[in-house]
Design a binder for this molecule. Structure first.
Ligand code: FAD
Length: 337
């Protein structure tokens, strides 16, 4: 029964970077906080897809690996001792007559909360698969959707399919590790960060655009060559390849959360300037939130989290004044004398 379940001020669904930072900030606002994460570990996409990649675009941290960054995020998130639940996927939501929200997980566990902050990323961490019938023969051996260990690519001839930030980042990261790197992209212009595109273009990486990967061949589950075709002329090239990395984006799959009645657009959750969804008391932050000019980056999510927490606090105590808050609690910075 809901009345027997411990009530929280805020329940954050998703323990990725944005959920973790949001938990820290929620603790600063002295909100009783719970984080529920589907995976057996915290950190979301960062440890899952790129533990060894270097992250350069977080203010105040010039360079840090995904793994080290995750450790720091977890350390910070635990500052105010939130309850952390792992291995649970939040499935259902029921508004109670009291206005509180009852969440139910895939294992039947119930969670009672005054507000919910959805920090689910794209839901399941599933990459868009390579659309070639032979792709499944090579998955897990020589066809990958991310790079967890850079040394696995040492001395290899690597083909990267894709033209966004991930494809470009991996091409740059593998220079000096792989024997050769070919980036194959179906469009004429890359869609990544300009600085990283320039770095790749002036490196030893072979860039094929507008080309598309049309077939892979090999033996015993290992790729030995790839064929690519020009998307306009159809002319083909074949070259030796030992490893294929496919970066074609992510499938957005929120599971039953998409049936909660939330306003969605392109699979993501529409929020207003308070990060609030169309359901009062439910907020969305990080990659899953949708608002004009949304930045699907860690820095973008770090802006969303504190706004959602402050809005959740106001939802719980509507009369409370919204003060400018600093972690230092430095009196002059608070405008007090
Ligand atoms: C290869 C790659 C490189 C990148 N490089 C950079 C970079 O250099 N700089 C940068 O700023 N960004 C980078 N990004 C983007 C960055 O990783 C994302 O913007 C960031 O992870 C978003 O954080 P999030 O917490 O919103 O979502 P996620 O990291 O996706 O975390 C969401 C978490 O929610 C959990 N979850 C989902 N549904 C449920 C549920 N129903 N119940 C419980 N838990 C649930 C998931 O298991 C997951 O752990 C990169 C992304 C990729 C793929």
């Amino acid at each position: 029964m809901p009345q027997d379940i411990e009530l929280y001020d805020v329940t954050i669904v998703g323990g990725g970077p944005v959920g973790l930072f949001t938990a820290f900030y929620s603790g600063m606002r002295e909100m009783k906080t719970k984080v529920i994460e589907f995976l057996p570990f915290l950190g979301g996409k960062v440890p899952y897809f790129y533990p060894e990649k270097v992250i350069y675009d977080i203010g105040g941290i010039p360079r840090i690996t995904g793994e080290a960054f995750t450790e720091q995020l977890i350390d910070q998130a635990k500052t105010f001792d939130p309850t952390i639940v792992l291995n649970e996927q939040v499935m259902h939501m029921e508004k109670q007559p009291s206005g509180h929200i009852l969440l139910t997980s895939n294992n039947g566990a119930k969670h009672l909360t005054k507000t919910v902050i959805l920090a689910t990323g794209f839901g399941s961490l599933k990459s868009v698969k390579l659309a070639l019938p032979e792709a499944t023969h090579y998955e897990g051996t020589s066809l990958h959707y991310t790079i967890r260990k850079m040394t696995d690519f040492e001395g290899k001839n690597v083909l990267i399919s894709g033209g966004g930030n991930s494809a470009i980042d991996w091409a740059n990261e593998l220079v000096g590790i792989a024997n050769s790197i070919s980036v194959v992209y179906r469009k004429s212009a890359f869609s990544g960060i300009e600085r990283n595109i320039s770095k790749m273009m002036s490196s030893s990486v072979d860039v094929y655009q507008p080309y598309q990967l049309t077939s892979l061949s090999g033996e015993n589950g290992f790729v030995s060559s790839a064929t690519i075709a020009h998307t306009e002329s159809g002319s083909q090239k074949e070259f030796p390849v030992d490893s294929v990395v496919v970066n074609h984006g992510f499938e957005i799959d929120l599971g039953p959360i998409s049936e909660w009645g939330l306003k969605m657009e392109d699979g993501t959750i529409v929020v207003d300037g308070k990060m609030e969804t169309n359901i009062p008391g439910i907020f969305a932050v990080g990659d899953i939130s949708n608002y004009p000019h949304k930045l699907n980056l860690i820095a973008g999510g770090f802006h969303d989290g504190p706004i959602a927490v402050n809005s959740a606090k106001l939802h719980i105590s509507p009369k409370e004044e919204l003060k400018p808050l600093y972690s230092t609690n430095h009196e002059p910075l608070l405008g007090k004398k």
